[in-house]
Design a protein around this ligand. Sequence first.
Ligand code: JHZ
Ligand code: ZN
Length: 414
Amino acid sequence: MHQVISACRSCGTGGLRPILSLGETPLADALVDPARLDQPEASYPLEVAFCAACSLVQLKQTVSPETLFTQDYPYYSSFSDTLVSHARRNAERLITDEGLDQQSLVVELASNDGYLLRHFAAQGVPVLGIDPAEGPARAAQEAGIPTLRAFFDRELAACLLAEGKRAEVVLANNVLAHVPDLNGFVAGIGMLLAGSGVAVIEAPYVRDLIDRCEFDTIYHEHLCYFSVTALNRLFARHGLVLSRVEHYPLHGGSLRLFVRPGGEPDDTVRRYLAEEAEHGLDEVGYYRDFAARVEQVKHDLLALLGKLKASGARIAAYGAAAKGATLLNYVGIGSETLDYVVDRNVHKQGRFMPGVRLPIADPARLVADQPDYVLLLAWNFADEILAQQQAYLRAGGRFVVPVPEPAVLERSYP
Ligand code: JHZ
Ligand code: ZN
């Protein structure tokens, strides 16, 4: 079951303008257990639209968060070293800059397996994680990170306030795009923040998505695709100030936003707003050729893989990522082309990619089996994965990336 919105998720204005349709796809993180291979899977339309009133790019369909995130959610942040070091640096800097100590409280929304909070806890700063996903939340608790298994919203913020909790730092990475009640979520952050507190929020940047054709990051978990323009309007509606913007290469290009109950925006905010206006991110024209470019990638990737297959090559894939599910299902790449997918996440191994039903194996299989090519579904971690797969590369293996344009990577040796 899903719902279709008729008005903007942020400002409520009707008349959303269509940008892209990826057809019907299964849920990207709904990995299939071997026992269920004989059962059909649900798939849902995936359509992206633009709000001319507040500039928010958004999905038209809403699949309930309970369906997406509570049971069997297979994404555990700690399997990516790059992500964990990014998180550690974030924590260490906040501890210094915000002067955090044993009297402070850091609350993280969508705290997953504790990949971020553990760096605060290690310095003696009290933390509270909030996450609805059973497995990751349990992993966090087992690692000593107090974690409330719940969805964060206005009501939960009110409960925490009633218990006397106020956060010096509220963290929310890769979750703002996931919540159907965007305004309730942001209002809740405002309620939870201490007067001198800061919310530090990360979200993939829509400008990178469009410019680098990262269409595979579109799936039902991601309801919104943010620009600074759209975010600034969202926070202002709740009396919050977007005070600073930073840009990181993580996940194909992410924004880190510093949001405070008061004060003034710094130069970075003014600069991003001016650049976005200059490039027209606040107008539908900016998004107009995106659908055609996505189709071109599909065409070129099928042609490239078809050529490799015709030459007798054996091909596998790396990364049972959610974005991999979009890519394989939208482009239409299954067992006729790929033998299997590998992933380091032990909770994904032994299961099957949604829709296309490719088996997920341990990455050690690449060296044992030495396929000629590996399609890099987790292209956002290319540096880490190539560095780790030197044995496969030295034995003659090659990686293929799907975006921004399909290509066989040059061999790289450290
Ligand atoms: P990864 C995630 O999406 C989760 P996904 C979520 N959907 C979200 O919002 C976005 O990020 C922003 C594996 N791996 O993280 C781990 C290795 O096996 O890019 C992951 O399964 N070996 C909430 O799922 C996958 O690859 C490695 O060396 O699209 C990467 O998935 C590394 C580095 C990763 O994103
Ligand atoms: Zn809007």
